[in-house]
Design a binder for this molecule. Structure first.
Ligand code: MN
Length: 147
């Protein structure tokens, strides 16, 4: 068991791999993932660091599990439900279960955030055409979302 991991420059940690965001999926651009803490029986949550390059975006998705997000780098915007928020370091974003969400980096700098989830969780659902039609009833949301 590793008790201490050193933070390095540029939002990397010693011995932690920078991986792709998701495999076999589409609907996102320029997102990387580092697993900071894998959960175990004693602490059944996983803490990840995601980074989205300028103009990149995470998947538009929902699922039964929730997310607790702490922004730590750069700036951008987040859709949660039907609202869009500007986000900057140390802002907190709560994503409840079954709520559409998507994160986008600003044009000039990467957006980095720490996201906590349950270890055991359901898979994300992507929007159907009907879901997209409903989301796009708000002009602001229509303008924001990327698929
Ligand atoms: Mn999610």
């Amino acid at each position: 068991m590793i008790y201490h991991t050193r933070f390095k420059d540029d939002f990397r940690w010693e011995g932690i791999d920078v991986r792709g965001y998701k495999t076999g999926d589409t609907g996102f651009r320029d997102v990387s993932k580092q697993i900071l803490f894998e959960g175990n029986d004693e602490l059944q949550s996983e803490i990840r660091y995601f980074e989205i390059l300028p103009a990149g975006f995470s998947s538009l998705e929902k699922h039964r599990h929730g997310h607790a997000v702490v922004i730590v780098r750069g700036s951008g915007m987040a859709l949660v439900g039907e609202r869009i928020y500007t986000i900057r370091p140390f802002d907190l974003v709560r994503v409840p279960g079954m709520t559409w969400h998507q994160f986008r980096a600003g044009a000039d700098e990467p957006l980095g955030f720490i996201c906590t989830v349950n270890c055991r969780r359901d898979r994300p659902v992507k929007p159907t055409q009907l879901d997209l039609d409903q989301l796009r009833q708000s002009a602001q949301v229509a303008d924001f979302i990327r698929t």
